[in-house]
Design a protein around this ligand. Structure first.
Ligand SMILES: [Zn+2]
Length: 454
């Protein structure tokens, strides 16, 4: 604990703040801004929000070029993710000097990545603060979300807005070749109307398991026998763009941390149910992936030790009960037994259909959603007791459950948490709802950009 606190107090970036300050400012914008109680504010906010960058500097030294690039990337991140809208905001949050911030903004303006202007709603008397915004049409990422039954290709702006999106279904005849064909054809369609120079990379959010280091899709269950696909290498050779491959749950967690309701939170669990069940864990401000990159597989936490065999080799895994096709099939079956006329009449039955009924106080639907909430909470409470997280975001297909579903899980978790006397667990729906893995795929690229790796 002491070691962690000591590391948090270090701020290698602010240590070299003066690097930019030593250069003459070329900006014609006033730098007369001040932070209220700046020393206290800088320390608190800097240690809280920028764990990624600070932690990454503990083993290797950094030369001035790296520091300059790190500061530039940090400021870009704060502007693009909406955390800062003015020079004063940036200076207060980062501890960077006013001159340093001004010079970085000048560089970003010169690079045509941000724009500035007065905020029309500002009510202050006198000179209004100059606001900084990311430019929506100068840099993009391409996102590829590979689910079990479809792939979704999207174009994402620097503020994580989906500009274009195309979904291509997968069929039982799929092979590695046809899968790659569909991905490349989808990307070609997406990039047809965009200047290729504006695309900075391709992010692939994919079902697992994955070899994260090499970007290889290993051996997913129920995926047409496709395995060992070197996605990163193939797509980089084909596109000549940097390609970042990660698990779809991890990608969605990153999107929540950078652009969603997880901004400013160093500890949370992103949880998703779709064909599979999984999670992306943010711990100490960083994405947790484990020694081989397989971390966060909450779908394979056993919720019943003598339950049915799971494809993973364990018994009674959460996924055996809660994967969306399994759960919905069970509901349809029980609706027949209990003669539930409405559910029997819906051919293409979705989770939101069940939730709509539950919200309308249908007793059967309420009972079934509560059963799902209980079993999901059984796995989540194990993760909470290990990680000491107190914030959960629900995304993927399960986001269709909305706040009603989230509150059911929240009630369960707070009843079963060993920390209930000192810490309240909050459960909410991802800001991006069931689009979270789609946004996450493109955000994989921006995450690297903000770390100064692109
Ligand atoms: Zn399992």
């Amino acid at each position: 604990m002491n070691k962690e606190n000591n590391e948090k107090k270090k701020n290698p970036i602010s240590k070299f703040n003066t690097f930019y300050s030593n250069e003459k400012s070329t900006s014609n914008v006033s730098t007369s801004f001040n932070c209220a109680d700046s020393t206290k504010d800088n320390m608190a906010r800097t240690t809280h929000t920028y764990g990624n960058i600070n932690n990454s500097t503990t083993k290797k030294g950094k030369n001035l070029h790296d520091v300059k690039k790190g500061n530039y990337s940090l400021v870009l991140k704060l502007i693009c993710t909406g955390q800062c809208k003015s020079r004063m905001d940036i200076s207060c949050k980062t501890g960077l000097t006013k001159m340093t911030v001004t010079n970085i903004i000048q560089q970003l303006l010169s690079d045509n990545i941000v724009s500035e202007g007065e905020l029309s709603t500002a009510k202050s008397v006198g000179r209004k603060p100059v606001m900084i915004f990311p430019k929506e049409n100068t840099k993009f990422s391409i996102g590829v979300y590979i689910a079990r039954d479809e792939i979704t290709i999207s174009l994402l702006s620097l503020s994580a807005r989906i500009v274009i999106k195309k979904t291509i279904p997968l069929t039982i005849k799929e092979t590695q070749e046809t899968l790659l064909q569909k991905i490349t054809q989808g990307i070609n369609i997406i990039k047809k109307d965009v200047d290729i120079k504006k695309i900075i990379g391709i992010g692939v959010a994919c079902i697992g398991p994955l070899d994260l280091e090499n970007g290889v899709l290993l051996s997913p269950t129920d995926f047409y026998g496709i395995e060992n696909v070197p996605l990163k290498q193939i797509l980089e050779d084909w596109s000549s763009l940097p390609v970042i491959v990660n698990n779809d749950m991890n990608a969605a967690a990153l999107a929540e941390q950078l652009y969603g309701d997880g901004v400013g939170s160093d500890h949370f669990i992103y949880f998703g149910i779709t064909h599979g069940v999984g999670s992306g864990i943010i711990a100490n401000g960083k994405l947790f992936s484990g020694s081989k990159g397989y971390g966060g597989e909450i779908g394979h936490v056993s919720v019943q030790s003598d339950g049915p065999m799971c494809s993973c080799g364990n018994r009674g895994c959460l996924e055996v009960y809660a994967s969306m096709p399994v759960f919905l099939k069970k509901i349809k079956h029980e609706a027949v037994i209990e003669d539930h006329k409405i559910i029997q009449s819906i051919d293409d039955f979705h989770f939101w259909d069940l939730i709509s009924l539950a919200i309308a106080n249908d007793a059967f639907a309420v009972r079934k959603v509560e059963e799902l909430s209980f079993i999901v909470s059984t796995a989540l409470i194990n993760a909470i007791h290990i990680l000491n997280s107190s914030k959960i975001f629900i995304g993927h297909e399960s986001a269709q459950g909305g706040e009603w579903f989230a509150k059911k899980i929240e009630e369960q978790l707070n009843r079963r948490s060993m920390f209930r006397k000192t810490s309240v667990i909050t459960v909410g729906i991802s800001k991006f709802k069931d689009h979270s893995p789609i946004v996450g795929s493109g955000v994989l690229v921006f995450d690297q950009l903000f770390q100064g790796n692109l």
